[in-house]
Design a protein around this ligand. Structure first.
Ligand code: NDP
Length: 487
């Protein structure tokens, strides 16, 4: 028990409306990042578990699709209410799974999952087709579900990702099999449990555990119609290719190395606040982070001084203490990856402003780190680090900053801080990114489309856009008169 919450789930998988165990699969220990202790164990899905999940989803989907959008939406909205009622328990579980502090999880994780269920629950009944007149004849279109959607999650937002994929899929009449990251297997099980308590018919939202060795056969199964992945670019490449073989629909929410441009005329504290949100929230483990912070020369030293002052006031430690504002890395493996980048930053000549090392305590803590005088060719300016490491680069002109900001294979997000609104819009017009911010950073409300361009992915999550990624259009031609044939 941690703070009254037992992190050990009733069983490893949730299939056909109930928890299912099969200890024949490899054991996956769930490590609490604050201490390094094992707090739960789940077992990787065996081929028999995978088969049960796919078969039950396929069997349940047609009746679900036949229900009205209002009926489906009512269940999703009930689940949203239940998640909000259980927010504290779910937030503690999210903190145990990921190490993110309660000061974040209480406000961002289960609540944003509930937002998605409420939003898509509300939209479900509003989705209609088109009537296209053709003289006396006409065409009408129907927006139909895809069938069986597979969701595969990263480890940074396990509850949110389970809901961001599940809510639009279910709203449109699909079934889902969801595989969380093996690093954070706990939260998606709770989402499944609550959805079914809210009245979701058995089989429509199944969760199975495992690594990529379970994800790959899921993606490859011919009964699967769509794959939605949140993960890194290398995994995205593999999953997209495997899905293409079966001509499956995909949503790819992948990594980034997003630019954040701060002009001399920006409000200093707002710009520093945006840079903190875009680099240190969730200990830097956020895909859309603005990790290349381009600061115009006139404001550079003031920016760095204020940034250091504010970072010094971070409360680092026990994620379950609500006063804590900065927690550990999700895993020892991720911590080691980030430590490798810290070494590269120093070795390639970046100036360490603050942090730069593992902290002298239990768990997987890395101090919030800022490198200044970073140049475009340095490894820490080119590769996604996925940790609390900000790279500050200098710039002089708007044109130069835009060209350098876009000089990356990624295109997930980009931000600009300036008090000149004409410039702000000019800059976002030039950004090669799917999600842009003006005088703010890292907001992700369910009402707005979220996703990347270039190597950062295809498709969009959230908003009305997501409806198109979880459904397909059927055109129906209707002739009122006789059919004229040439012979
Ligand atoms: P990974 O790419 O390592 O893994 C993502 C998921 O894919 C995991 O569940 C993983 O399983 C699974 N997987 C791995 N290989 C395969 C395969 N061949 N077939 C099917 N599934 C597979 O990402 P991380 O979990 O390390 O997450 C970090 C990455 O996610 C970062 O690059 C980050 O930018 C990105 N991300 C993107 C977001 C977005 O919305 N754009 C949001 C959040 C994160 P397992 O790990 O258990 O082996």
């Amino acid at each position: 028990m941690i703070e009254g919450v037992d992190p050990q789930p009733k069983a490893s998988h949730f299939i056909a409306g109930r928890y299912v165990e099969d200890t024949a699969g490899a054991a996956i220990p769930v490590i609490y990042p604050h201490t390094g202790a094992t707090i739960a164990t789940v077992y990787e899905a065996t081929p028999a578990i995978l088969e049960q999940a796919i078969a039950s989803a396929r069997a349940a989907q047609p009746a679900w699709a036949a229900m009205s959008g209002t009926e489906r939406g009512r269940i999703l909205r009930r689940a949203a209410d239940m998640i909000r009622e259980r927010n504290r328990e779910l937030s503690i579980l999210e903190s145990c799974d990921t190490g993110k502090p309660l000061s974040e999880t209480l406000y961002v994780d289960a609540t944003s999952g509930a937002d998605a269920l409420e939003y898509f629950g509300g939209l479900a009944a509003t989705v209609t087709g088109e009537h296209i007149p053709l003289g006396q004849d006409w065409v009408y279109t129907r927006r139909e579900p895809l069938g069986l959607c597979v969701g595969i999650g990263a480890w940074n937002y396990p509850t949110q990702i389970a809901c961001w994929k599940g809510a639009p899929a279910l709203a449109m009449g699909n079934a889902m099999v969801f595989k969380p990251s093996e690093t954070t297997p706990l939260c998606a099980l709770k989402v499944a449990e609550i959805l079914h308590e809210a009245g979701l018919p058995a089989g429509l939202y199944n969760v199975i555990q495992g690594t990529g060795t379970v994800g790959a056969p899921l993606v490859g199964d011919r009964r699967v119609d769509k794959v939605s992945l949140t993960g890194s670019v290398p995994t995205g490449r593999k999953v997209y290719a495997a899905a293409a073989d079966g001509m499956k629909h995909v949503t790819m929410e992948l990594g980034g190395k997003s630019p954040l441009l701060i002009f001399d005329d920006a409000d200093l504290d707002n710009a520093v606040g945006g840079a903190i949100l875009g680099n240190f929230y969730s200990s830097g483990q956020v895909c859309s982070n603005g990790t290349r912070v381009f600061v115009q020369k006139g404001i550079k030293e003031a920016f760095l001084n204020r940034l250091k002052e504010r970072l010094d006031s971070a409360v680092i430690g026990d994620p379950l203490d609500e006063a804590t504002t900065f927690g550990p890395m999700v895993s020892e493996a991720q911590m080691k990856i980030v430590l490798g980048y810290l070494e590269k930053g120093a070795a390639e000549g970046a100036r360490l402003v603050t942090g730069g090392a593992r902290m002298d305590r239990d768990g997987f803590y890395i101090a919030p780190t800022v490198f200044a005088d970073v140049t475009d060719d340095m490894t820490i300016a080119r590769e996604e680090i996925f940790g609390p490491v900000m790279a500050v680069l200098d710039f002089e002109t708007e044109e130069e900053a835009i060209a350098r900001a876009n000089d990356t294979e990624f295109g997930l997000a980009a931000g600009v801080f300036t008090s000149d609104l004409a410039r702000a819009h000019r800059v976002v017009d030039a950004f090669e990114a799917g999600t842009c911010y003006i005088n703010t950073y890292n907001d992700a409300p369910v009402e707005a489309p979220f996703g990347g361009v270039k190597m950062s992915g295809v498709g969009r999550e959230n908003s009305k856009e997501a409806i198109h990624h979880y459904s397909q259009v059927k055109s129906v031609y209707v002739r009122m008169g006789d059919v004229e044939a040439p012979f």
